[in-house]
Design a protein around this ligand. Structure first.
Ligand SMILES: *[C@@H]1O[C@H](CO)[C@@H](O)[C@H](O)[C@H]1NC(C)=O
Ligand SMILES: *[C@@H]1O[C@H](CO)[C@@H](O)[C@H](O)[C@H]1NC(C)=O
Length: 211
């Protein structure tokens, strides 16, 4: 004997929720797969870069002043002075595998907090572990100094100890694996010299920071 559908089955199939198609659209699958592959790729690249970074351990280039000469400090009037100062700079790339490029270099010379000379240097690249010596000629011509710093500079010249400050701003580019880095280095040096015309470097203090 054929039994007719049970009343509760008929009741369920009339439920509008169950009548809707339950298959996921192929387009949804497709985008989910693309998304998954993309996520895996991003994770893979990130992990690879991290491993390369940890193995190579990039270091920042260093800056030092091994020598300096104070050739001239000459007052035209009590507040206008001319100066001639030469600095030997030592740029070192301490990395064993990474080339770096200095593509912007700016050096400023200060007496106390007064800017007295400035100089831009030509960009250059450095091979791993290369040290580069660069003569930097800083000329002050008729630079105005307010009375206090002017008197202080004359006093230092008389006491045969002149303190100058150098600030360097450098933009460095480096490539590690597939990653490229660009960063700014800020160097500050305090230099103590004997008086011109044959002023020599007697003490120095250099520090370089990344920002
Ligand atoms: C330049 O710096 C490097 C690394 O600090 C050092 O090995 C080298 O002797 C320095 N060169 C001079 C001339 O000071
Ligand atoms: C070096 O720095 C210290 C403070 O950090 C300072 O007292 C000292 O005079 C500096 N030396 C020279 C030679 O500039």
């Amino acid at each position: 004997m054929k039994s007719s559908p049970a009343p509760f089955v008929r009741l369920l199939s009339n439920d509008p929720l169950l009548l809707q198609p339950r298959r996921t659209h192929p387009l949804v699958w497709c985008s989910a797969i693309i998304c998954l592959v993309f996520c895996l790729l991003v994770i893979f690249l990130g992990v690879t870069t991290l491993i390369i970074y940890l193995v190579i351990r990039p270091k920042y280039p260093s800056f030092d002043v091994p020598n300096a000469n104070l050739n001239t400090i000459y007052f035209d009037s009590p507040e206008n002075f001319n100066g001639d100062f030469t600095v030997l700079a030592n740029f070192t790339n301490p990395n064993r595998k990474i080339n770096v490029k200095f593509d912007y270099l700016d050096i400023k010379l200060y007496f106390v907090d007064r800017l007295i000379a400035t100089r831009a240097l030509e960009p250059f690249s450095q091979r791993p572990e290369e040290a580069r010596l660069e003569m930097i000629h800083l000329i002050s011509s008729l630079v105005y100094l307010p009375p206090n710093p002017a008197v202080e500079l004359q006093r230092q010249v008389q006491s045969n100890r002149v303190t100058y400050n150098i600030k360097g701003t450098f933009r460095v580019r480096a490539k590690v694996g597939i990653a490229r880095f660009t960063y700014w280095l800020h160097t500050k040096c305090q230099l103590e010299l004997t008086s011109p015309p044959l002023g020599v470097l007697v003490a120095k203090n250099c520090s370089t920071k990344k920002r």
